[in-house]
Design a binder for this molecule. Structure first.
Ligand code: MUC
Ligand code: MG
Length: 390
């Protein structure tokens, strides 16, 4: 651990209002009902479960972060129960007493305390950026080089599996000027049925409506080869994670024959995995997510590595509430490149979001919030209502 660490704390602690020493880190599990069933090839949900982290600094500032999961430990290996236990038992104790401003050193401490646990680490990181920003009256982006954009185009995911409902939903989003790009989840019907569903939806939406498909590992190489021409014929813009993460050579063969770019999602959590996918030519777009990177600086590094290998960047999500969405926005807004915009529709698919103010959805974009830290106000009633009683 860097020996200059104490200097980072000391230079501010002459002023108690700006004392960034971490006093405590608290966690709670919340369950938020979604507005409709959301299906993926390997799971489906009617509620979203998060661990909400609150970090209190000596200044009195309290910052928030969120660890998202999808259908329990199915999308990734972390469950909310494990995240809470690992934060409470192993991660929080190594951070209490440190300065929230020691972002890199705190990341190293967390990495030493636990293996992977990326959603857990990212949630704490978010709470510390939020708290440090509030203590010093700065937006979290100020710690990340500052923003280069104030809004990001945001798509909506169609995932009920019922084409008529999905057409209706997409039309509603278009009419409200909330979303004009869509991502459709494939892989839970037979490939032929999924293609018929996709063709019906695209035929019913205005010409030129952008559609990407996310197969969530649901296809084989042979299935992908069979349906690539039809996807190209339909004008699909991007194919996300068609095969299992380990099938790098097969994914590279698909990418080589596909007229549509392939996006790497579950296949690359860590930076070495991003490099492996890039070197294998298994995709030309990378989906950035806190659940994969494990923190703000880590996500910036992931973006830099993917870009250096020539991959374009997409702002991915795991159906976060406004808390997790704001954390992603803080990082996304500071990236030199974000060619594909983002998909942080999560706050809109929750019946009750956990914030009362923050990122604003308007004119097909998410507009960055103004304010210190993450720029959000917690809706404490919604948070308390959603908190799991143990
Ligand atoms: C994923 O695989 O991208 C994010 C949006 C969505 O609909 O599912 C998630 C996970
Ligand atoms: Mg995906």
């Amino acid at each position: 651990m860097p020996t200059s660490q104490s200097a980072v704390i000391n230079h501010l602690d002459g002023d108690a209002r700006r004392d960034t020493t971490i006093e405590y880190i608290e966690t709670r599990i919340v369950d938020c009902i979604t507005t409709r069933r959301h299906k993926l090839s390997n799971t489906e949900i009617t509620h979203q479960s998060f661990v909400i982290v609150a970090a209190k600094l000596a200044s009195g500032a309290v910052g928030y972060g969120e660890a998202s999961t999808l259908g329990g430990p199915r999308w990734s290996e972390e469950s909310v129960e494990a995240i809470k236990a690992n934060i409470d038992t192993y991660i929080a104790p190594v951070l209490v007493g440190q300065s929230a401003l020691a972002f890199e050193a705190n990341g190293l401490r967390m990495n030493k305390a636990v293996k992977r646990n990326s959603s857990a680490r990212a949630a704490i990181d978010s709470a510390l950026y939020d708290a440090a920003g509030k203590a010093l009256e700065l937006p979290a982006t100020a710690f990340l080089g500052g923003p280069v954009r104030d809004r990001i185009e945001v798509l909506w995911a169609l995932a009920s599996g019922d084409a008529d409902q999905e057409i209706e939903e997409a039309r509603t989003k278009l009419a409200a000027r909330e979303h004009r790009r869509f991502k459709i989840k494939l892989g839970f019907h037979s490939p032929a049925d999924d293609m018929a569903r996709l063709r019906k939806i695209m035929g019913a939406l205005p010409e030129g409506t952008e559609m990407i498909v996310d197969v969530n590992q649901g296809w084989s190489e042979a299935t992908a080869i069979r349906y690539l021409p039809e996807l190209a014929d339909l004008g699909v813009a991007l194919i996300e994670q068609p095969l299992h993460p380990g099938q790098l050579a097969a994914t590279a063969r698909i990418a080589a024959r596909s007229a549509i770019p392939i996006m790497v999602d579950e296949a690359a959590f860590s930076n070495p995995e991003i490099v492996q996918n890039a070197v294998a030519a298994a995709g030309s777009v990378y989906s950035l997510k806190m659940v994969k990177s494990g923190g703000f600086l880590e996500m910036r590094r992931a973006a830099g590595i993917a870009s250096a290998f020539g991959m374009e960047l997409y702002g991915g999500c795991l159906l976060e509430s406004g808390i997790g969405a704001a954390a992603h926005m803080a990082v996304f807004s500071t990236l030199p490149q974000l060619e594909w915009g983002c998909e942080h529709f999560g706050p809109r698919i929750l019946r009750n979001d956990l914030i009362s103010s923050g990122p604003v959805f308007k004119d097909f974009h998410i507009h960055m919030p103004h304010g210190n830290g993450l720029g959000i106000s917690i809706n404490h009633d919604a948070l308390n209502d959603a908190t799991r009683k143990v």
